[in-house]
Design a protein. Sequence first.
Length: 190
Amino acid sequence: MRSGTSTSNSIVRMLRSGQAVTVLEEDLASQYSLVETDDNKKGYVLSRFLMEVPAARQSLQELRVSFDQQSSRIDSQNAEISELNQSLAQEKSDNQALKATLRASEQELAEVRGAARDTLNILEQNKRLQTVLDELREEKAQLTEINAELSDSTRLDWFVRGGAVSLIAFVVGILVTRIRWRKQDSWGSY
């Protein structure tokens, strides 16, 4: 960097290749540009030595730093992917276990529903059987009553028959005693 726009001006400072400077003005006739460094030093540099893009060395360093950062990010992302894959495998395993539990629960629910349906059928059948039982008890009571009446009637019949037999025996006894019987004198005569 020189103090003026020609090679006859003194060198104010040596700039490294790729060092960043700010272009303040450009002189097309002399092909020099007025530049300012980061520490506010001003001077002139040949415009052909200036580049709008960083130098290859600086770009290479930046690319290396960026590459290292990207490699580090890729490694951490690979580790994260590995963890996510493990987590996914665990979630799939848990999902399968939950599906099996769900299937078992659905089967148990179907059994409970069937049992509930059977219970309702059993309750309905129990009501019908209770009605039949009540009817049979009523019929038994009626039959017991009829049986008692018949038993009384049978006793009365036997009493009446016994009385009739006694009466007949009494009448026959009286009649037999009133009939005169002839006695036989001998063996062959009357």
